[in-house]
Design a protein around this ligand. Structure first.
Ligand code: ZN
Length: 460
């Protein structure tokens, strides 16, 4: 007798989909059995005519107020959004203050997450010019899932690698020595800096000439061109080839970046990600969002969006992430008068699964693509597979029950992030997330959280 049997659903995996009964005990999948195999559970859930997806694994999440702020997003609000949206494992980027650059801050973040998180979480460490060998050794021992390097931006300048190739090589060697993965946020600081200065000079001249138009999303985007991204990727890959470091490239946004990744894949052990926003939106739509359309890298032309979709389908890009950046509405609103005062970023945890389902509705992706790109590949790339990212015997019983016959209208009022809005507002997807389970426990049902925080720290 198992603890739980979920009967008659169609189980979706990266390799396909098939009707099966899922047996769970002690929070772990014990069997994925053919219907009629006679398994029984103390609790039974009827999933006839429903789809079972592995719980999503989001490898790029920011929780900016996790420690010091009551105003900004915290673990409770972010992970409520995650659970309701079908994301059962999150990986926390290290840019939330205090930055995860030492083992003391790492442990503090872990403790807060263990008290407040509704979903399981892994922690990514920050490395930069101040990092010493001991920091990397201590954080790998503490369970860091990656070591993040920021080549151009990422907030605090003390942690930016910038154009310093000596530092880039030193840090990638340190990560290689502990057998870790280096997360690379690429881009060229000098290109961004000079283009931004030119853009602002141009705006000043226009204002002097009597123009009153506020700067646009397009003006911001022009200061972060695809060339900036490509230069960072090429530099990081060139050094990683030398140091033998496994790298993960953050937020690809263009065909040029896809081409570079393809060329370096032979000689560098690498993985890559795309944000859901870049798969969903075009630059025209981003322009319509005003300050809410400002993210880095910027949302690009339709042709780039279509290239990213094709590369994802072909598994040339490994995974989709939300880059959940829950900038508050009051902070975004400042951008209507002056776009340069807009903190970049969009919330995305609660809508990651919905974004993928919207692409499935459009025929741009299949459900197995979603299982691969949002569960299996991120878990594999960061050393959490097959415990996470799969529905097979031995995996944690993290799954979504999806009703393909019930449409969902996406609305701001249903969002649990403190950001309180979504750029998917007004879209209808054809299916509905009915229930979400974490290690065999129901954590969300019909858009509501169930129970109290039970998320655990997970490590490679
Ligand atoms: Zn980010």
């Amino acid at each position: 007798m198992f603890d739980l049997v979920v009967r008659g659903g169609i189980v979706v995996s990266a390799s396909g989909q098939a009707r099966a009964d899922l047996a769970v005990s002690d929070g772990v999948v014990k069997a994925v059995a053919a219907p009629g195999d006679g398994i029984a559970g103390r609790q039974e859930v009827d999933a006839s005519n429903k789809l079972l997806l592995p719980g999503l694994v989001d490898a790029h999440v920011h929780i900016p107020g996790y420690f010091q702020s009551r105003r900004l997003e915290d673990f409770r609000s972010a992970t409520t959004a995650a659970a309701v949206g079908g994301v059962t494992t999150i990986m926390l980027m290290p840019t939330d203050d205090p930055r995860t650059a030492t083992v003391q801050y790492f442990e503090r973040k872990r403790r807060i997450g263990e008290q407040q998180s509704f979903v399981d979480f892994a922690i990514q460490a920050l490395v930069g010019p101040r990092t010493e060998e001991a920091d990397v050794a201590e954080m790998v021992a503490a369970g860091a899932v990656s070591f993040e390097l920021f080549l151009a931006y990422g907030g605090n300048p003390g942690f930016i690698v910038g154009h310093d190739d000596f530092e880039l090589q030193r840090l990638l060697r340190l990560v290689a020595e502990v057998g870790g993965t280096a997360g690379i946020t690429p881009h060229s600081p000098s290109l961004i800096g000079r283009l931004t200065a030119l853009q602002r000079d141009l705006e000043a001249a226009q204002r002097d000439a009597g123009a009153t138009n506020a700067a646009s999303v397009a003006a911001f985007a022009a200061t972060r061109p695809t060339l900036s991204e490509g230069l960072g990727i090429a530099r990081a890959c060139t050094v990683a080839r030398e140091s033998g470091t496994r790298i993960h490239l953050r937020a690809l946004s263009s065909q040029a970046s896809i081409d570079l990744v393809r060329r370096f894949r032979d000689c560098v052990p690498l993985s890559s990600e795309v944000m859901s926003h870049h798969l969903l939106f075009t630059e025209e739509e981003a322009a319509g969002f005003g300050p809410y359309g400002i993210i880095v890298p910027p949302i690009r032309a339709r042709s780039e969006r279509d290239s990213l979709r094709a590369a994802l389908r072909a598994a040339e890009i490994d995974m989709v992430v939300s880059d959940h950046s829950p900038v508050l509405r009051e902070d975004k609103e400042a951008g209507w008068a002056d776009i340069w005062r807009t903190p970049p970023g969009m919330p995305g945890l609660q809508t990651l699964c919905a974004s993928m389902l919207a692409l499935v509705d459009e025929g741009a992706l299949s459900l197995p693509d979603v299982a691969r790109a949002c569960a299996e590949r991120p878990a594999i790339s960061f050393g959490l597979h097959p415990r996470k990212g799969a529905l097979q015997a031995g995996s944690d019983a993290d799954f979504i029950i999806l009703d393909p016959a019930q449409p969902t209208l996406i609305e701001d009022s249903a969002q649990f992030s403190k950001a309180g809005y979504t750029t998917l507002k007004g879209r209808t997807i054809k299916s509905r997330i009915e229930a979400v389970y974490l290690r065999g426990n129901l954590v969300a049902e019909q858009g509501r959280i169930v129970g109290s925080p039970g998320g655990r720290f997970v490590r490679p």
